[in-house]
Design a protein around this ligand. Structure first.
Ligand SMILES: Cc1cc2nc3c(=O)[nH]c(=O)nc-3n(C[C@H](O)[C@H](O)[C@H](O)COP(=O)(O)OP(=O)(O)OC[C@H]3O[C@@H](n4cnc5c(N)ncnc54)[C@H](O)[C@@H]3O)c2cc1C
Length: 434
């Protein structure tokens, strides 16, 4: 029988991060993954890391804490994970630029800058002229925006492999791929976890971490938890070689916050019905290979990761709106993935009082690449009983759902989706008439 101090289920960003930080505490860990390492959402994603694309407060603070850990990892890991920010390589594109198109967006951005600056995040308002200086190819109608010089990027799957590589150096990590967890063993009297049942036999440990992203609810259900995480689809479009259209690590329209946090309708972005129907906002970067990558989109439509050409069209519209020269280039491919969206829009990172020895590390939506390190660190602190990394960390805990009506949150969420689907139907009907 295989016995460990901790079993981590899921070899994505969260699972591998947990393995790294748990082994640094001297714990013997088994990583159990039903496919291959980094085969889940972590390989269907962009690799932007930062504190700025979050809600000010616990959300942006966890981002800032994770950025500190990324900096530490960059200095200490032998494994190269293509980390780039202005702090490490002045020759690389770096920093995030956000574009505002209306006075409403400028006001929202100003509020966000003020709140994030108050908690120590380096983020500034920029004028129309400064936008043009930072991004010479951008459109002239942009009113101004935000500039975040220290947000950056990594290669996500390389971070996951890096965590495993560094953890294995301790001799404390065993990795079991192609091994699916099908049940969790619990003490019948106390409900405390005792191990897992897998397609390749049983593994025993008094502590088990659920790091299964969009599949987290299935693992939660094995110990009787109703985990409010749903797949939120997104798609990225890659162009033929364009050279550096953008100069910074990432350019985003302020609409990112409106689509991510369901605020669209406020401020009325000047968008086509197609863009509205697919909840599209622009993020764009010309990468070091010379291609330009454009997103993004947020929809609820199950676990499928099939592409949708209509979203490519909508993203192209937003791309041309902010960088008119985009119209001269062809798209060569797209790829899609599903984000683990937690219905109250914060990840779940903690122990679970009602199931002793069970831990949750999932629900990071569009921020899991940024948040891998801080999540792994917090789980290691919960497991060892050491003080948590930052004082608002308990706001991420499973305990927050104790007095919440999860079904009511689900109904609210379903109403949003129904409204979007109605617009999508209208757009398709009117397209059919032309
Ligand atoms: C289009 C797109 C763009 C994005 N851009 C960014 C970005 O720029 N920056 C950012 O920070 N985030 C971004 N994200 C979000 C980020 O990719 C996710 O938050 C992150 O990958 C989630 O990692 P995870 O470890 O929770 O899940 P996953 O990577 O999906 O890992 C979960 C693992 O659990 C395994 N598993 C499931 N069930 C079982 C079982 N029963 N037994 C064993 N193993 C099991 C799966 O096989 C999988 O490998 C983006 C996401 C998308 C879709």
């Amino acid at each position: 029988m295989n016995s460990y101090d901790v079993i981590v289920i899921g070899g994505g960003m969260m699972g591998t991060a947990c393995c790294y930080f748990l082994t640094q505490e001297g714990l013997k860990v088994a990583l159990v993954e039903r496919g291959d390492i980094a085969g889940g959402t972590v390989s269907h994603t962009d690799g932007y890391i930062g504190a700025s694309e979050k809600e000010p407060g616990v959300d942006s603070i966890q981002g800032a804490e994770s950025m500190k850990l990324y900096d530490m990892m960059h200095k200490t890991f032998d494994y190269d994970f293509e980390y780039s920010t202005s702090m490490t390589d002045p020759n690389e594109p770096c920093g995030f630029v956000y574009f505002c198109e209306s006075e409403f967006e400028m006001e929202m951005a100003q509020k966000q800058v003020t709140e994030n600056q108050a908690i120590g995040i380096e983020q500034y308002m920029i004028s129309q002229q400064e936008v043009k200086e930072l991004e010479p190819n951008s459109a002239t109608h942009i009113l101004g925006g935000m500039w975040v010089p220290k947000d950056g990027a990594v290669a996500p799957y390389r971070v996951a492999f890096g965590f495993v590589y560094e953890a294995q150096k301790t001799g404390l990590l065993d990795v079991f791929t192609r091994t699916e967890v099908i049940a969790i063993k619990q003490n019948p009297a106390t409900k405390a976890v005792e191990g897992v049942v897998t397609t390749k036999g049983d593994f025993m440990a008094p502590k088990v971490v659920n790091a299964c992203g969009v599949w987290g609810p299935f693992i939660g259900a094995m110990v009787g938890l109703d985990v409010p995480i749903e797949p939120r689809w997104g798609q990225l479009t890659v162009t033929e070689k364009t050279g550096p259209i953008t100069q910074n690590r990432l350019c985003m329209e302020y609409g990112y916050f409106l689509t991510k946090f369901f605020k669209d309708g406020q401020g009325e972005r000047p968008i086509s019905p197609l863009v509205k129907a697919f909840n599209v906002c622009l993020n764009i970067t010309s990468d070091l290979t010379g291609n330009t990558v454009l997103g993004g989109c947020r929809l609820f439509k199950g676990y499928s990761i099939k592409n949708d050409y209509r979203v490519m069209q909508a993203v192209a519209q937003r791309g041309i709106n902010f960088f008119p020269c985009i119209k001269n280039y062809n798209c060569i491919r797209a790829f899609a993935g599903v984000r683990p969206f937690c219905l109250d829009q914060l990840p779940i990172v903690s122990d679970v009082e009602e199931v002793p020895g069970f831990y949750m590390a999932c629900g990071h939506e569009g921020d899991g690449i940024t948040l891998g390190p801080i999540t792994g660190k917090l789980i290691s602190q919960y497991v060892t009983g050491k003080p948590l990394q930052f004082e608002l960390a308990p706001e991420l805990a499973w305990a927050r759902f104790k007095d919440k009506d999860i079904d009511a949150i689900r109904r609210h969420e379903a109403a949003n989706t129904t409204a979007l689907l109605a617009i999508e139907r209208q757009v398709m009907e009117s397209a059919g008439k032309h």
